[in-house]
Write a protein that binds this ligand. Structure first.
Ligand code: GRF
Length: 220
């Protein structure tokens, strides 16, 4: 089986990255993680990636004169490693149109809201402030507008009485870890990834609310 060469871009703890590395270690995975890049040299995720035997490099954005110079350094590493698919996983740099165009159709992101609701930051605070009954996460292709590209899959959780931004974030994060791998496997296996049409119940629990996923039809 041919596996798609995957790079994961991070800035911090890397829990979504680790979930993807676990998915990719499965016998039936269509993903081959070949590189992890962090723009922050102190990102905890770098050590985790190396623990999985995946080459992990820091490219400190502060060392470059502008965004594009930093991105050209990342682009060179990605090409050297033969990367075919780039997954942003808590990567906290806005990318320029140059990089987005160079990787268009091969660049995906996970965002902690039910896009198109709440692009940008503080998504959990905003969902609570709005009194939303549901919240979740979205995997989408990256385009030059922030958090705007075509949606590949979404996970959804119930907002519970007494939720704080932290409790809600934790419940959403648990679904992110399942969602991202499902969406990337669908892409890597060459199955159509749109429209988002299939709902999969991952867990239902009266006390903690529910987690469910809408994933590409081909992903299950
Ligand atoms: C996740 O909530 C992700 O959706 C967002 O940033 C967070 C990254 O967390 N883009 P981690 O580094 O994957 O643990």
């Amino acid at each position: 089986m041919t596996r798609m060469k995957l790079a994961i871009l991070i800035s911090g703890r890397g829990s979504n990255m680790e979930a993807l590395l676990k998915t990719a270690s499965g016998d039936k995975s269509h993903l081959e993680p070949v590189l992890v890049i962090s723009n922050r040299p102190d990102a905890a995720g770098l050590g985790i990636a190396r623990g999985y035997g995946v080459p992990a490099v820091a490219i400190d954005h502060k060392a470059f004169k502008d965004r594009e110079a930093f991105e050209r350094a990342m682009d060179a590493e990605l090409r050297k490693a033969g990367v075919e698919l780039v997954a942003l996983a808590g990567f906290m740099r806005v990318l320029t149109p140059w990089f987005v165009n160079a990787w268009e159709g091969r660049l995906v992101n996970i965002h902690p809201s039910l896009l198109p609701k709440y692009p940008g930051v503080d998504t959990h605070e905003r969902a609570l402030a709005a009194g939303d009954a549901e919240h979740g996460a979205t995997v989408h292709y990256v385009t030059s507008g922030v958090d705007e590209g075509p949606i590949i899959g979404q996970s959804r959780v119930k907002v519970m009485p007494g939720d704080t931004p932290d409790t809600l974030a934790a419940r959403v994060l648990e679904t992110e870890h399942a969602l991202y791998g499902l969406c990337l496997e669908a892409i890597a296996s060459g199955k159509p990834t749109r429209p988002v049409e299939r709902r999969m119940v991952l867990k239902f629990d009266e006390a903690s609310g529910y987690l469910d996923l809408w994933v590409p039809a081909a992903a299950g």
